[in-house]
Design a binder for this molecule. Sequence first.
Ligand code: PAF
Length: 281
Amino acid sequence: MIIFKHPKDLQSYIQNGAIDPNSIGFVPTMGALHKGHISLIQTARVENSLVVASIFVNPTQFTDQLDFEKYPSTIESDILKLEHSGCDILFLPSVADIYPNGITTNQQYNLGHLDTILEGKYRPGHFQGVCQIVHLLLQIISPGKLYLGQKDYQQCLVIKKMISLLHIGTSVIICPTQREPDGLAMSSRNVRLTSIEREKATYIFKMLNYINENSKAEDLEKLEQIVQNKLTEQGFKVEYVAIADQLTLENIQFRDKPSTPVALIAAYINQVRLIDNLILN
Ligand code: PAF
């Protein structure tokens, strides 16, 4: 695996090698890699001749300074994991490489309501920061395919929208959420959970399944409220429990049309914010 730190070096490697963009699969990450990331690399490996991963903790997408400062960093083991999973290139830039003119965010992506609902409501500016960095990375790497995990469901829709707004020729491949044996969605933030919190965290996936089991019988707004109350009783600080259209994330009140909703939850256990989602059947 080759490690590039400077955008220009990576760009000229790709351009001088006359690599066909359609054969490049790209997996953007913020490091602290777990099996979820590795499954993205493995999928990209099967579908592309060149697999590029990036590790960059992007300051412009954090709305909470503490979350940014506490974001786990395990760079040495990340490098080993990438090597073992068949990644060809790691892009590992510094903040100064990415933002040579200083860290600035200028709201410029017209994401519509996706920017202001659910994650957008609780983390204002977050998706502008995500679009800013992913747009920059796509300009440097020009991949044919971009691999994202379904765990960040709204992020997947936002990035798809940004790519279509800017007419970027990259396809987005959304890969299934990887879960621990007890159902907890894999996340870099899970390492911040104490053992008691870790045990409690499984309740989020249990509640998504509860929604799935009851969504045909119940009024969906009532079901959201029931689940919110159950999570609160368990000690979670709930930000949202939402049952929404899979493509637009508009709220759905009744399953009266052949819709395929997605249920989404964001909740804190003490200091740690967890999100998860499940497409209902
Ligand atoms: O999902 C993430 O880890 C980040 O939001 C991403 C896509 C790497 C952009 O910084």
